[in-house]
Design a protein around this ligand. Sequence first.
Ligand code: PLP
Length: 470
Amino acid sequence: MTPEEFRSAGRDLVDWIADYWERIEEFPVRSQVEPGWVTAQLPTRAPQEGEPFEAVLRDLTDIVLPGVTHWQAPGFHANFNSGGSAPSVLGELAAAGLGVQGMLWITSPAATELETVVMDWLADLLGLPEPFFSTSTGGGVIQDSASSATLVAILAARERATQGRGNADGLPSLDRPLTVYASEHAHSSFEKGVRAAGIGSGSIRAVPVDHTFAMDPDRLREMVEADLAAGAVPTIVIANVGTTSSTAIDPVAAIADVCEEFGIWLHVDAALAGSAAVLPELRWIIDGAERADSFVMNPHKWLLVNMDCSAFWVADKHALTSALSINPEYLRQAATESGSVIDYRDWQLPLGRRFRALKLWFVLRMFGAEEIRRIVREHIRLTALFASWVEADPDFEVTAPYPVNLVCFRHVGGQEINERIMDTVNESGEAFFTHTVLEGEYTLRMAIGAERTEEHHVRKVWDLIRAAAP
Ligand code: PLP
């Protein structure tokens, strides 16, 4: 492709995306294709000769689009939302255009330094404590996902708890087993990380929750004391700020008391709800994070950035790099040896890394903090409004507190009716939401975090839900 051909195709693609956004409400929110439909439209082998861009663009419309679930649609209320704002897409395009691999500072100083700066900006917007800033003992790094961030937190905690023997000799060399703690509502990425770190699911202590589905810190303390008495090494506690099922907020400060007393690594998983800390009135959700060892939140969920962009901070960067740094001869160079630069490959599992800071930078600059706060605040208002409609209807009930942008609710008639309501609405294509189970009861989940969602959209979903109810 010549630069001229690229210009022309690029304009066509940008037009295609802008048209898609303009027409997004015309598509069924959840893709309606049957399994295998997309595969059946595609040849079984890659073409031998290059095809014109127009042919690819045509298939993007005819084959890919029907198989897409429209996460940016205003009627998308499933799981948690995933961002895709225009500034973020432009930042992604710029990153792809530069094609940088930012594993070391020297491989593109701007990729490293911009990341350090935007992570400090974001820490400031969220009101994170001083140790998480690059100017202090710690700093931030962009990971691909909260799952990866939690895994590296577990590895750093493992390294600290074993004084390096976990990495050097392997866990079987230890004479005392490691134990790890999270509420029974913690995200499954925690267990996956524990397995990947070789600690094993059997070492997980699922701490019971209180009536708000938040971790009970007294039970945490009891479990830690019992494990210590049995000769184990309590290694890490994950506090969830916004659980996946119901956005319950674990009491980070009370959990930090236990962690400090027994020298346990405290990791805060605020993947979704952390975004709400941009609002001063919701800062309380991260009270106690100033005593955490690490903290993760996903700008790619609610903060208008497209996947992938997971913001991860540590209070002591050496605790992280001593677990992850390996310096083979072929990567040695003067800037690293001088100790005056950051090499982010030492802050993550893979060596190579994308220039993700660009899209976060574009979003923070082009929206500005005030507009970001306005959008997040509006989603929270719509969430409370939706909850008020549910609460006012005797056939429905709200089943959990809704501190941020998710309402858990159900029809009082039982699981079958709730499943039918959800399937009817999702099959209508007008909206898409999902479910969970709370206290053994089938529960519907309504997440409100898409940039385009307005009050009339939320009202429409509620009308659809009521129309689908018996
Ligand atoms: N932690 C929590 C609380 C989540 O809700 C999620 C996903 O929804 C994750 C972790 C995993 O996020 P990721 O897909 O970035 O790994």
